[in-house]
Structure formats: structure tokens, C-alpha cells
Design a protein around this ligand. Structure first.
Ligand code: GTB
Length: 218
């Protein structure tokens, strides 16, 4: 059976692959698993039928017959666990790769999400600039540590893994920013991830949703 994932019918980023279905698409492409996509509107996200799949009314979700999942990290982990190619066979290396998935989502991503939320929601507040500086300092702290750990390695811990996939997805949220540019090894790491054929296929697939919607509207 081919799994079905959900994605934005109209992504606010105009097809730049910043929404979190991109991680799931990329993981599916890495392991060679075909998939279907159900596009959902912002209104549909909040309807009971979608909340059964995703209690918080968000994308992405994953359905494989009766089996359903939400949370992009859990979905990528599920794909990586059940297929070859995204997690090492050796139990210790496997545990470390899983640890990097958690680190990407629980330690690196939160201040980056805070920055986006501040930009979108708090730009008109009197304390915005001060708050932004605080958030940027937290991001810098994390990226500094990450950069030192990566050093001149290609990937976090040996071969490319689900940990790299998730972390590259997180770093892409800072693409083009001064914060990321301060660490050329992290920029090169992100670009290595983006250069993978599976990433390119996933990116093209999600971008096609945007171009199709533009054509339909024309
Ligand atoms: N922790 C959850 C996960 O990892 O699956 C978070 C899921 C999530 O944030 N989903 C967002 C969503 O559905 C889309 S990815 N939002 C709608 C809502 O909450 O009502 C976040 C996102 C959206 C858009 C951009 N963009 O356009 O640049 C980037 C990231």
C-alpha cells in the first residue's frame, strides 16, 4: 500500500519547501517509497476530519491503511525505522543518529521557530527589537555549538542519516540569513543535503503544488 501524506494546498512560502511536509517527502524519496499527497486548505486543517489525524490541526500527517501518524519527526523516524538507508544497522550508531533527530527538533529548531513567530506576530510590539536580539543570541549559541561539533565532517556522525535529514531541514529555515552565514561549514552542510537527488525530487514535487495552483488561478 502507498502511504498518503498531507501538505498545504497553498503554502505561504510559495513552494520553497519550508513547510514540514518537505522532511517527510525527502525521507520517502531517500528510501524509494512512493507516496500520495492529499492537499489541504487552512480551513480543512481545522476541521474534525483532519484533527482526527492531527490533533493540533496541522500538516504533515501520514496514513498507511489504518495506521496514521502526525509530527514530522515521528513520521521521518517511522520511515527510517522501516526502510533501509536512513539509520545505521549498528545499534550504537543507530541510537546516535536517532539522538541527532531529537537534537535537531528539540534543541536546534525551537529558537529558530521563535524567531519566525516573532517576525510574523510581534513586529509591531515596542519590545520587538529587544526580543529579536535575545532570540538571535539563542540561535547563535546553538549554531556555534553545532558548527564546532560538525567541524569539517560531511555529516553529523559518519554516513548520512535521518539525523542529518531533519537537521538540514531545520537549518534551511535560516537559509540566506546572516545567522547561518556566520558558519560556512553549516552552510556547506546544508547545501550537501540539498544536493542529494532525493532532496531534489522532494523539492520538485512540493514546488509543483505551487506552480499547479498558480496555473489553476491564472
Ligand atoms: N511539530 C509539528 C511537526 O513537526 O509536524 C509542527 C507542524 C507544523 O508546524 N505545521 C505547520 C502547520 O500546519 C506547517 S509547517 N501550520 C498551520 C497551522 O498551524 O494552522 C510550518 C511552516 C509553515 C509555513 C512555512 N512557510 O511558509 O515558510 C514554514 C513553516
Amino acid at each position: 500500500m502507498i502511504p498518503t501524506i498531507t501538505a498545504f494546498a497553498t503554502s505561504p512560502d510559495g513552494g520553497q519547501g519550508q513547510a514540514r511536509d518537505m522532511r517527510v517527502r525527502w525521507a520517502l524519496e531517500e528510501v524509494g517509497q512512493p507516496y500520495d499527497v492529499r492537499l489541504v486548505s487552512f480551513a480543512q486543517l481545522k476541521e474534525p476530519a483532519h484533527r482526527v489525524l492531527q490533533p493540533f490541526g496541522q500538516i504533515p500527517t501520514y496514513e498507511d491503511g489504518e495506521f496514521t501518524l502526525f509530527e514530522s519527526g515521528a513520521i521521518v523516524f517511522h520511515i527510517a525505522e522501516r526502510n533501509q538507508g536512513l539509520l545505521p544497522e549498528d545499534p550504537v550508531a543507530r541510537a546516535r543518529a536517532i539522538t541527532w533527530m531529537f537534537a535537531a527538533l528539540a534543541t536546534v529548531e525551537p529558537p529558530i521557530v521563535d524567531r519566525e513567530a516573532a517576525e510574523y506576530l510581534e513586529g509591531d510590539k515596542s519590545w520587538y527589537e529587544e526580543h529579536l536580539a535575545t532570540v538571535d543570541a539563542r540561535i547563535r549559541y546553538r549554531l556555534g555549538d553545532l558548527s564546532r561539533r560538525l567541524g569539517d565532517a560531511d555529516w553529523l556522525d559518519g554516513a548520512f542519516s535521518a539525523g542529518d535529514l531533519v537537521l538540514v531541514g531545520v537549518l534551511r529555515r535560516l537559509e540566506g540569513s546572516e545567522l547561518l552565514a556566520e558558519h560556512p561549514n553549516l552552510v556547506a552542510y546544508m547545501e550537501r543535503g540539498k544536493a542529494r537527488p532525493a532532496f531534489q525530487r522532494a523539492y520538485a514535487a512540493q514546488h509543483a503544488v505551487f506552480t499547479d495552483s498558480q496555473m489553476a488561478a491564472a
